[in-house]
Design a protein around this ligand. Structure first.
Ligand SMILES: [Mn+2]
Length: 587
């Protein structure tokens, strides 16, 4: 992997400012100008919308009955509960799928129903609904199956269910292509299906399960559902909403914000054990979207990646603190195992890129290894893209079969590249930015050759570079605790609601930069204000020691910096500081 001097270039891309709309909103809603700019960039121009965005509340959740199929789904589920019919929930093995199972399972049990679940094994069974599971469930007396986070493409399995006399309710959020048919089922809950008027189209699978749970619980006891059950259900839905990387706007933002708030006092034994394992204490330190995305979600996902996801469901269902601690400990081990597996394979990829000049020159990287764990090849591909700014495919060869996972960069449709080699695969799929496939190992040389030719044709004009999105100009002397307080109201940050990156021009190094651990750097930056005043602020640059040396920065150097605002809670050096995302000489 390239070390710092070979790091891909960084291109700064400033969001187009809308100063007039922002000034108007700032005045009308009494907001700081820079916050108004960030809101306008999110399509929010009216004071009412801004207020709702900054202050999400329960009343902003949509009525679940607006979702096509909800009436039929709830009526059938109520009948199953009333007649004590066993219900089977069929989920997916990731955070979204497992939390979705937990939500519906909890709701059905609260209403006195009998429910079991099946989550496929990632390696042994693979993604999606399986006819064999439906047949086994039928044999055991199940007459109603509800899928969560999966099922939109289960045409053959829906047919199996129909032939068996099994009622199937599909709840899923996966997109359909225009003109696609939908499987034949008793009901389908998916805001993306034709004819569904539900206002929020980008719910994750667990949020759709939440809506179904809400609908069935509200029919029984609307007041209690609103006041107690729904807020408590939002915890799981928030974790999935953040982990599944759906845009944190609209109803998703409401779910994520209120759910994180509820997570301050996790009631269940499972959540408490998971927080302990992840060294998080939401009762003393506010939980952020970042905590969920990078600390909780990987632990929950580790189960499905490395072993059996069904233990996640047990973790979140158990009332036994001892059992919860045991299961959380297992997730912790699996996550560590996942990290080690990933690090070993990444080191091997790094060595390959360093020693194989031809490969390192490729515009689209294809790296293969024997027996790399298939649960991590997608993560590995993302890591390679992060380091090289090139589209990358990581392939694991096992028993004569090559399994691959790829990630792309802005402006390159990776799925199209695969389609040009369609004849080589036994299966392939995905979208512009993420793909997966399998093929006989003997086809691998041909795949590499043809992808190289494809990339030479389609990527020749592109220089590998990272794009740093900068959202607004903000001179360093305008960073104040009051402004930082306002900006915190944008949380939870994540997909569709990115952490603001600002740019300050003509900042001056008040002292020589200090290198830490040979990699990182600390600086004292000064910004001269209009009235001859000067403000200084501490800055930290992770992994920027090489860059600072390259620019020969010294006391007095004038720089433009792209940065994020950070609150350092160190007892001695506490306070506001900036984290440098990019630095250039001012000219
Ligand atoms: Mn999902």
């Amino acid at each position: 992997m390239p070390d710092s001097h070979q790091r891909p270039q960084q291109r700064w891309q400033l969001t187009e400012p809308h100063p007039e709309a922002a000034a108007e909103l700032a005045k009308a809603a009494r907001l700081p100008q820079v916050l108004a700019e960030l809101l306008v960039a999110r399509g929010i121009t009216q004071p009412g919308e801004a207020f709702a965005f900054l202050n999400p509340e329960l009343a902003h959740l949509h009525d679940p009955r607006l979702m096509l199929g909800m009436e039929a789904a709830v009526t059938r589920l109520e009948r199953a509960i009333a007649q004590r019919e066993p219900v089977l929930l069929y989920g997916d093995y990731d955070v979204d799928g497992t939390t979705a199972v937990v939500l519906l399972k909890t709701a059905i049990e609260m209403l006195g129903g009998t429910v079991s679940f099946h989550v496929p094994h990632r390696l042994r069974e693979g993604y999606g609904l399986q006819s064999s599971v439906l047949e086994a469930a039928y044999a055991e007396g199940v007459r109603l199956v509800i899928t969560v986070d999966t099922g939109m493409r289960a045409f053959a399995e829906a047919e199996t269910a129909r032939k068996l006399g099994l009622d199937l309710i599909i709840t899923d959020h996966h997109l359909l292509e225009a003109g696609d048919a939908v499987p034949h089922a008793l009901a389908i809950l998916n805001p993306n299906q034709p004819g569904c008027a539900y206002p929020e189209k980008s719910l994750c699978g667990a949020a759709i399960a939440l809506k179904m749970a809400q609908a069935v619980l509200e029919r029984r006891d609307p007041a209690r559902t609103r006041e107690k059950t729904l807020p408590s259900f939002l915890k799981m839905a928030a974790i999935a909403t953040i982990a599944d990387a759906v845009p944190l706007r609209g109803e998703n933002r409401v779910i994520a914000t209120l759910g994180l708030h509820e997570l301050r006092r996790p009631a269940g034994a499972g959540l408490r054990a998971l927080f302990t394992a992840a060294a998080l204490d939401p009762s003393t330190k506010r939980l952020t979207g970042f905590d969920v995305a990078f600390r909780l979600a990987p632990r929950i996902n580790a189960a499905g990646r490395m072993d059996v996801a069904s233990e996640v469901i047990e973790l979140f269902s158990t009332r036994d603190a001892g059992r919860a601690a045991e299961l959380a400990g297992k997730l912790e081990r699996l996550n560590r195992e996942r990290r080690d597996t990933e690090a070993t394979a990444l080191a091997a990829i790094q060595a390959r890129l360093a020693s194989d000049a031809q490969l390192a020159e490729d515009r689209l990287l294809v790296v293969d290894g024997d027996g790399w764990h298939r649960g991590v090849i997608g993560i590995l591909a993302s890591r390679v893209v992060e380091r090289t700014a090139k589209p990358a495919i990581v392939v694991s060869v096992e028993d004569g079969v090559a399994h691959g996972s790829g990630r792309s960069v802005d402006g390159f449709q990776l799925l199209n590249a695969l389609e040009s080699c369609a004849d080589l695969f036994t299966r392939f799929g995905g979208h512009a930015f993420a793909v997966g496939f399998a093929l006989p190992a003997e086809n691998l040389p041909a795949l590499k050759r043809r992808l190289r030719a494809y990339a030479d044709e389609h990527l020749a004009a592109r220089t590998p570079e990272h794009v740093l999105h900068i959202h607004a100009e903000l001179p360093l002397d305008r960073i104040t605790p009051v402004l930082a307080g306002w900006l915190r109201k944008l949380e939870p940050l994540g997909h569709g609601n990115p952490e603001p990156v600002f740019v300050a021009r003509r900042a001056r190094l008040a002292a020589a930069p200090r290198v830490m651990k040979e990699r990182h750097v600390r600086m004292e930056l000064a910004q001269d204000g209009a009235a001859g005043s000067t403000t200084t602020i501490r800055a930290v640059g992770w992994d920027l020691a090489g860059r600072v040396a390259q620019l020969r920065l010294a006391q007095g150097s004038l720089v433009d910096i792209a940065y994020r605002i950070r609150e350092n809670d160190h007892p001695e050096f506490g306070g506001l500081e900036v984290e440098i995302a990019g630095i250039r000489l001012h000219n």
